[in-house]
Design a protein around this ligand. Sequence first.
Ligand code: TYD
Length: 137
Amino acid sequence: MDRLIDTPHIVELPKMPDARGNLSFIEQCRHVPFRIQRVYWIYDVPGGEGRCGHAYRTGEEFIVALSGSFDVKVDDGVAETVFTLNRSYRGLYVPAGYWRTIDDFSTNSVAMVLSSTAYDEDDYIRDYNQYLKFRDE
Ligand code: TYD
């Protein structure tokens, strides 16, 4: 069964340029295609570090580099695509069912993640072989 009904893609966010500092914003169901149930952020990551890969069975995510840069690798079990995020007016939509890894954080980078679900460990697939089985179910 093909569980992947949408593909990861970059979304350009509104940007209000201003000499006093630029402003961008996100509205649910407009810039992200889901209702936002949770926001978390990853920070104080030593330069060059990365986070483990995992997939969510149902959770969708929208990832923004609020500061600095990092790479999001998205893998559907066949091919991997790398998205470098380094602008705070651009986000990456990751549909449910993709294996995703975030790495190569720059020093002082901040990754903000909007999620379609509350935190639920049961929604995680943390083993890549188990992920491949999930994809084939
Ligand atoms: P996790 O998603 O496992 O991060 P990574 O795969 O990059 O290591 O999260 C790390 C820890 O934080 C884990 O113990 C679960 C906890 N956590 C929450 O309690 N709530 C959350 O919303 C998230 C994202 C993680």
